[in-house]
Design a protein around this ligand. Structure first.
Ligand SMILES: [Zn+2]
Length: 569
């Protein structure tokens, strides 16, 4: 039997070599899979400014790709690691375990950052998180500079490529954000990210003992420092922007020196916020794309028949969105420049590998809410919420009266999860499920809270089957999730984040946070748009079918027929 199969395989290989038909082209494997993830690229941001986009970027993807018009994350905590890990694994957070950028580790009795790992320090001493210039407070909570993918509980599509194609398949991931790179590279690939402290791309000992020469060379060019004394200026004539009259809005974040209006100066290279400001502007993406191009060249990606994988996660849209909001002049310019960066990257890949031998997929880790100040202008109810202002005393008193447990009941509330002290509940001889439900009921009485769901009740199926409840369940991992999940009212979110005030945020189960683009283009892809609702877990599952790997271990998605059928698999 095996011999017959081999013969059939040999014959089809011969037929494949002789034929030049497009059907056979479609059936052959891509030499390179490029997965682009744009941080905070809400689904509507892709086509909104198409009139001023160039050639070869979004216009190429939209014209030549299979474009899903209604793609959503199906989990409730729409944060960066959660979305990236879902795109990487095709699993829900309930299985891949990345339930938030930060969770409370019951064993360590403290908050933990998703990919922190003391066993694998970063390779460049002193290039860890910059506690002064860090605009990402979740990362500041990490207790170590060490980073690895070990906390991701299921395999990624990139892992499956490594298993299917072996050592000759090269697997890489780059991003400004550590979690944007580590998640996508999986356990078997290599990841690089940008250190704001050093102004260099770095990695950890999980991946390398010494830097590859090309990385040292790239860092030695000190490209980030060429931005010193320059400013982020508008790409096009200001009058051509939809938001031309909305540059100076009172709700926008005013970082020292960077200001609220164009041009936004980066300042001197020794400025406290200098490298942070690079990431809060198109410069962050420009540096990432430049580094990715150096990687493609040095590691010879896509140069043989064995498929390689490159993930490029572009973080600037997220930082710009947080500071100015998705409907700001800044975001409008950021998207136009992002389009040029994607065109630059794809043009480079076309030159080196051939776009017809490359499979490209683009999506986002989450969307974003517009700032309340903007929505209120339109008459939409929206507000910032600060849980520190909640009067929790009456609720806690009622819990104490009923269960005999005081304030010690709450171990941690790091939105969206409240963690209860299980020992205290046991000591009081109470049922955890009863206490959870009571806490959830009390939280629901607080201003700005739409829903508070008890994890025990979720696990036992006590809530009705509804999309929003399903999304909280998809987010529930028994060893990491908290005991009560808090959902704020639509358009309401916290802007005071560990002492840092931002303009806009994401992280809710509402549509503006779950809605993302999903586009497949390149080899074997016939253009079409698809309006049926699909989920981001479908992406990795579809890649697995296209590349002939087994599905990632926890993948819950369905193969997207519009991509698979056309590709002739
Ligand atoms: Zn993000």
């Amino acid at each position: 039997m095996r011999r017959v199969l081999l013969l059939v395989a040999a014959l089809s290989a011969l037929a494949g070599a002789a034929a030049t038909s497009s059907a056979d082209d479609r059936r052959s494997l891509p030499r390179l899979v490029v997965q682009i993830t744009v941080d905070q690229l809400r689904g509507d941001l892709v086509g909104r400014d198409l009139d001023r986009m160039g050639e070869g970027g979004f216009r190429y993807l939209l014209d030549k790709g299979v474009v899903y018009l209604d793609a959503h994350h199906a989990h409730a905590n729409t944060e960066t690691i959660v979305g990236h890990a879902t795109l990487a694994t095709g699993a829900h957070p309930s299985a891949h375990g990345m339930i938030g950028n930060v969770w409370f580790d019951r064993r360590l009795n403290r908050l933990t950052y998703n990919i922190e790992d003391p066993d694998y320090p970063i390779l460049t001493a002193g290039a860890g998180v910059d506690k002064n210039g860090e605009i990402d407070p979740t990362q500041r909570l990490a207790k170590t500079d060490g980073r690895s993918p070990r906390a991701i509980m299921t395999s990624t599509f990139s892992d499956e490529m490594a298993i299917r194609y072996g050592e000759r398949s090269k697997i890489f991931a780059v991003s400004v954000k550590d979690r944007g790179a580590v998640s996508m590279g999986g356990h078997a690939g290599k990841a690089f990210w940008f250190s704001k402290k050093a102004g260099e791309f770095i990695t950890s000992k999980f991946y390398y003992d010494v830097y590859p020469e090309w990385v040292t060379e790239w860092n030695a060019k000190r490209l980030p420092f060429a931005y010193a004394g320059k400013s982020w200026e508008l790409l096009l004539d200001k009058a051509s922007y939809r938001n031309a009259g909305r540059d100076d809005m009172p709700y926008e974040t005013k970082l020292p020196g960077f200001g609220r209006v164009f041009p936004h100066p980066y300042g001197a290279s020794d400025g406290k916020l200098f490298t942070t400001l690079l990431t809060t502007s198109p410069a962050g993406d420009e540096l990432t794309v430049d580094f990715a191009k150096a990687l493609i060249e040095a590691e010879k990606l896509g140069q043989d028949e064995v498929p390689d994988y490159l993930s490029v996660s572009l973080s600037s849209t997220d930082y710009v969105g947080h500071l100015f909001g998705p409907s700001s002049l800044e975001t409008e310019d950021q998207i136009l420049r992002l389009d040029r960066q994607i065109a630059d990257l794809l043009g480079f890949i076309d030159e080196r590998v051939g776009i017809d031998k490359t499979l490209i997929v683009l999506s986002a880790d989450h969307g974003a809410a517009d700032p309340p100040g903007y929505l209120n202008e339109l008459g939409i109810n929206a507000s910032y919420i600060n849980p520190k202002d909640w009067d929790t005393a009456p609720g806690l008193a009622r819990i104490k009266e009923r269960f005999g447990i005081g304030k010690e009941l709450i171990s941690s509330y790091f939105h969206p999860y409240i963690y209860l002290d299980t020992e205290a509940i046991e000591k009081a001889g109470q049922s955890k499920a009863d206490v959870e439900r009571a806490v959830a009921d009390e939280v629901m009485k607080l201003p700005g809270v739409a829903l508070a769901l008890s994890s025990s009740a979720l696990a036992s199926g006590a809530y009705p089957e509804m999309p929003i409840i399903r999304s909280v369940l998809n987010n529930f991992n028994p060893s990491r999730s908290g005991d009560v999940f808090v959902v704020f009212e639509p358009h309401s979110f916290t802007n005071d984040f560990d002492g840092l005030t931002v303009t806009a945020h994401h992280g809710s189960p509402w549509n503006y946070d779950t809605f993302v683009p999903m586009i497949f283009a390149g080899q074997g892809i016939e253009p079409r748009s698809v309006s049926r609702r699909v989920e981001t877990v479908d992406l990795a599952t579809t890649l697995a079918v296209l590349l002939g790997t087994k599905p990632p271990s926890g993948s819950a998605g369905k193969p997207l027929v519009e991509v698979i059928d056309e590709a002739g698999r």
